[in-house]
Design a protein around this ligand. Structure first.
Ligand code: SUD
Ligand code: ADP
Length: 299
């Protein structure tokens, strides 16, 4: 039996996040185009009697290490599916911003599923792991899959989208996070105040075409996030960050998911570098990355 397994897992940005009506179960029906980018967490699972988790890196103090940790919850769910009280020591090397709208917790959950599946010799299929993932959170199945995919339902029912080439991104990281349920509630509140009824969402054709054709200009124009206004209402400084990126020639600028990270599409790796430098005055820090990249993989 393997004594230690390491899995690398990417962050995501949402290229289209169309939020439909609020459902009776408290979730919204979505059209959610996920895109995995080259900003990674690593999760190592080692043999142990009990299940524990430790977080390493500058972001460690922002991540819970009790039963709320999504990696521990994932390992528990997997052990329960296998019908045995397995143990493992999980170590998360954290680089994905916490509560930043880049699905870092979901990524760690997906990585823990893949790592523990291998450590415990279970050999579950991607489909079985995806079922467990969907119960852990709407974004977790995508972190297993990676690439670029459209998610419907809560975002957990995925279909991969064809993409040509590579897209270059700059992410502007903010101080502190935003709570996903709070941002969805703010979106509902804004709609109610404006007397708007949520439309049933559909995949944007121009977005799908730009991805298929590897057309960054077209993609930049098609980027859309229904949660953006809500995130801005909760964090006004995001407006300035987005404006600065547009002024500096980003092909597209939007809040990533529920925020507060902002994503900027660049023309090339060189342009991403220039943008990254220009954005530093309007955010805590910047990170450049490219996409799409694969989901959780053993290293
Ligand atoms: C907004 C998105 C965009 O990809 O991600 P983040 O930007 O937070 O990473 C997702 O929809 C977040 O997915 P995830 O973070 O997995 O959320 P979950 O744990 O499933 O749900 C947390 C809460 O978000 C709200 N929620 C989530 C998904 C959905 N389709 N409708 C919702 O209204 C609900 O209030 C729910 O209780
Ligand atoms: N392994 C984990 N990494 C990050 N956050 C985690 C983890 N496990 C649980 N959390 C909790 O999940 C919340 C959302 O974190 P995250 O997934 O990083 O953000 P987002 O939902 O904005 O993409 C955090 O505030 C944190 O308390």
């Amino acid at each position: 039996m393997t004594s230690s397994v390491t899995v690398r897992v990417p962050a995501k940005v949402n290229l289209q996040l169309s939020v439909g009506p609020l459902r009776d179960d408290g979730y919204h029906d979505l059209v959610n185009v996920f895109h995995a980018v080259s900003l990674f967490d690593e999760v190592t699972a080692s043999e142990a009697e009990t299940l524990t988790v430790r977080v390493e890196g500058d972001l460690a103090d922002q991540v819970p290490v009790d039963g709320d940790n999504l990696a521990i919850r994932a390992a528990r769910a997997l052990a329960s599916r296998a019908g045995r009280a397995y143990g493992a020591e999980l170590v998360i090397r954290k680089s994905i911003p916490v509560a930043g709208g880049m699905a870092g917790g979901s990524a760690d959950a997906a990585a823990a599923l893949v790592a523990c599946d291998r450590l415990w010799g279970l050999g579950l299929s991607l489909e079985d792991l995806s079922d467990i993932a969907a119960d852990l959170g709407s974004d977790v199945p995508f972190a297993l899959l990676g690439g670029t995919a459209v998610g419907v339902g809560r975002g957990e029912v995925l279909t991969p989208l064809p993409v040509s080439g590579t897209f270059h991104w700059v992410f502007a990281l903010a101080d502190g996070g935003l709570s996903t349920p709070t941002v969805y509630s703010e979106c509902d509140r804004l709609r109610e105040a404006a007397g708007e009824r949520a439309a049933w969402p559909a995949l944007s054709e121009p977005l799908a075409a730009a991805l298929r054709d590897g057309d960054p200009q077209g993609l930049g124009k098609a980027l859309a996030n229904d949660l953006q206004q809500a995130a801005i209402m909760l964090r006004r400084s995001l407006l300035r960050t987005l404006d600065e990126g547009r002024e500096q020639g980003a092909l597209g600028a939007l809040v990533s998911g529920s925020g507060p990270t902002c994503a900027f599409l660049a023309e090339s790796a060189e342009h991403a570098l220039d943008l990254s430098v220009a954005l530093r005055s309007v955010c805590r820090a910047t990170v450049s990355a490219y996409g799409p990249v694969p989901g959780a993989v053993l290293v």
